[in-house]
Design a protein around this ligand. Structure first.
Ligand code: BGC
Length: 321
């Protein structure tokens, strides 16, 4: 991207707010503050403001040098009015007119987008999806977020709130999702769901597992990263969790291919760090769950932009008119 203007990108996540100063595809400086997601929305907003103030202070930039502020958060949200409406995993983010509040405080142009849509945009513009016209992006983290990027533009549907594919159900009698429905892929295969399934298995386990050793017996310390580590060491319970996760994701991705027939599927978030434990299996299984005869041609690859993806995606909202 030849855009040499300077932007601020704010990525509001379940545990932290990551904010950075961005030029082109480069994050020049970044900071992170706790979201305080269990507090009232005023406290979360205060953290957002504090993060922007801090990045300006650290980099010595004046507001006049900032061409715009991009904000991304878990949705659904309204990118047209810049209002955060509701978020299954961060209850505090309900009915927050964030674009209005940011404009009022900083007097700069503000754009707001769903975290996964924006991350997908960044991956499509300068990450793993670069050069592809139809990108399906998935992030498997606290929740499961998705974005469809067509010709370098986010597909937002009628209201700008598409594509919430993490809340597509694969089993109407499945586990309860934080959105209130049952069996969403998020309730089976998000980082939270993987940790939950691991705990359940350990509670009923009759054989020893390295998973427990890795967290020194503390079930609450189990994360997908730890499951991956145990699976790499050959732990059979962890390998079982990885295999089930690959199957859940493939069933769902097969359906996504039926709907979108993308050129490439880019998978990010903590679970993508399972790398070779996961991707070959996804490539093998996914086409078997799609009706499209050429589904196996669709590349399924890890995301490239890692932890900066949200910040870059927020700034990239200004890349398109
Ligand atoms: C939300 C999405 C978000 C995803 C990842 C889901 O629960 O519905 O909007 O992109 O989590 O944060």
């Amino acid at each position: 991207m030849s855009d040499e203007r300077t932007f601020i990108g704010v990525d509001i996540g379940g545990t932290k707010i990551a904010t950075g100063l961005v030029r082109g595809a480069r994050v020049l400086e970044r900071i992170s503050l706790p979201t305080l997601a269990d507090r009232p929305k005023e406290d979360v907003l205060r953290q957002v403001f504090a993060s922007v103030d801090l990045i300006l202070e650290r980099t010595g930039h004046s507001l006049g040098e900032i061409a715009g502020i991009g904000i991304v958060a878990p949705g659904p949200l309204d990118p047209q009015t810049g209002e955060l409406l509701y978020s299954p995993n961060i209850p505090a983010l309900r009915d927050v007119p964030i674009a209005h509040l940011m404009r009022e405080r900083y007097g700069r142009p503000v754009r707001v987008e769903n975290d996964a849509n924006a991350a997908g945009l960044a991956e499509a513009l300068f990450g793993a999806g670069a050069g592809y016209a139809h990108v399906f992006y998935v992030t498997v983290s606290t929740g499961i977020g998705t974005g469809v990027i067509l010709g370098g533009k986010i597909y937002g549907g009628r209201t700008g709130m598409a594509v919430e594919a993490g809340h597509v159900t694969i089993d109407y009698e499945g586990p309860l999702c934080n959105c209130g429905h049952r069996g969403c892929i998020e309730a089976f295969a998000s980082g939270t769901a993987i940790a939950r399934r691991a705990k359940e298995k350990l509670r009923h386990a009759t054989r020893p597992s390295q998973l427990l050793d890795l967290v020194a017996g503390d079930l609450n310390a189990i994360t997908p990263i730890v499951v991956g580590e145990a699976a790499r060491r050959g732990d059979s319970l962890a390998l079982e969790i990885v295999e089930e996760t690959a199957r859940f994701l493939s069933i769902w991705l097969g359906g996504m291919i039926n709907v979108f027939d993308p050129d490439i599927i880019v998978l990010g978030g903590g679970v993508s760090q399972w790398g070779d434990l996961l991707f070959p299996r996804l490539r093998e299984l996914t086409p078997t769950y799609s009706i499209l005869p050429r589904a196996a041609e669709i590349a399924i690859v890890p995301a490239r932009l890692e932890a900066d993806v949200g910040i870059l995606g927020a700034a990239a909202l200004f890349a398109t008119p």
